[in-house]
Design a protein around this ligand. Structure first.
Ligand code: BTN
Length: 320
């Protein structure tokens, strides 16, 4: 962790207290000048400190925007490298390039803005400032055939992270969108590289509408947490909740413990029992979503027959 994050950590560990420069300098074995410089840098990043003569500094406000220093502290036990970018094309694109060059397992890239955010099925993903746009690199020691439940694992994990942070009853639209009141809050784009015997890497890209506005043409189908949450959302803390939850369920997934993941996908499903239209590679089916099967596929009742969809894009009847 860099010096600025270390200084910030001292303040976070002593909330609502005035801390002297001398104390921080001794604790971290750095000069008083280095402490002062770190505080100035944090101020430039919109942290607010009050300084009182003879007492020291008190941290009174943490900025509510993606912050590299805060995240370096809070994600240090969950991620191997934490890369925060201002504006890039796409966190998935950059992370795949780094992964091709040996980037470590459990690296995270977070961008404040994406100029070419990517969605599923080649779509664009609107990624203005205020949203949570990030990608995680995973290198499980598994054959490709064991990956069928990775998208449902991520869906269950992200749903739980958001729900435990916001207390909202958010739901999963198979295979991996998260909705609130039928409108999309989160999209997940999972990209895999490898051969049949061995997965080389997985890049999981997650986009959460948090403080960003939703464009008018998307407002029928999408919503932002700021518009539906009961209290203020602190974007860095929300990310920490989501990554903590991903870490938990990903560990279960790697161990082959997938029954809870399947159960969570069923009990929090936004579509089971509802009329849906599913566009898969073999065409489009309209029917009632029935169940999520052991292999992660969706069964839907079309007239008197039951069809199994292995992958696809689901539209709710309220959307068409
Ligand atoms: C979808 O629902 O179509 C998936 C959207 C995934 C968007 C996220 S934002 C962070 C990451 N980087 C990208 O370019 N896409 C994913």
């Amino acid at each position: 962790m860099d010096t600025i994050s270390q200084v910030l950590e001292v303040f976070l560990n002593n909330p609502n207290e005035s801390i002297s420069g001398q104390y921080i300098s001794e604790k971290l074995s750095i000069s008083r000048n280095a402490v002062w410089k770190a505080i100035e840098q944090l101020r430039k990043n919109d942290y607010i400190f009050e300084s009182q003569t003879n007492k020291g500094y008190q941290l009174v406000k943490i900025p509510n925007k993606i912050d590299r220093y805060y995240l370096s502290i809070k994600l240090q036990n969950l991620c191997t490298e934490i890369i925060v970018q201002e504006k890039i094309e796409s966190t998935n694109k950059l992370l795949k390039e780094l992964a091709d060059n040996g980037q470590a397992d459990k690296t995270i890239i977070i961008a404040k803005e994406q100029s070419s955010g990517r969605g599923r099925l080649g779509r664009a993903w609107d990624s203005q400032e205020g949203g949570l746009w990030f990608s995680l690199l995973l290198r499980p020691d598994l054959p490709m055939e064991d990956l069928s439940l990775i998208t449902l694992t991520m869906a269950a994990a992200v749903r739980e992270g958001i729900s435990s942070y916001t207390d909202l009853d958010v739901k999963i639209k198979w295979p991996n969108d998260i909705l609130f009141n039928g409108k999309k809050l989160v999209g997940i784009l999972t990209e895999v590289k490898g051969d049949m015997d061995r997965v080389e890497y997985i890049v999981v890209g997650i986009g959460v509408n948090v403080l960003n506005a939703i464009k008018d043409d998307l407002a029928v189908k999408a919503t932002s947490l700021k518009d539906v949450a009961k209290s203020d959302i602190l974007i860095n803390d929300l990310l920490v909740f989501i990554v903590t939850s991903i870490n938990h369920y990903y560990n279960e997934f790697v161990l082959g413990k997938t029954s809870e993941i399947l159960t969570l996908n069923k009990i929090h499903s936004a579509i089971i029992g509802k009329e849906v239209e599913v566009s898969g590679i073999k065409g489009t089916e309209k029917g009632i979503a029935q169940d999520i099967l052991q292999d992660g596929s969706l069964s839907i009742k079309v007239g008197s027959t039951t069809k199994k969809m292995v992958s696809g894009d689901v539209s709710l009847s309220s959307w068409y």
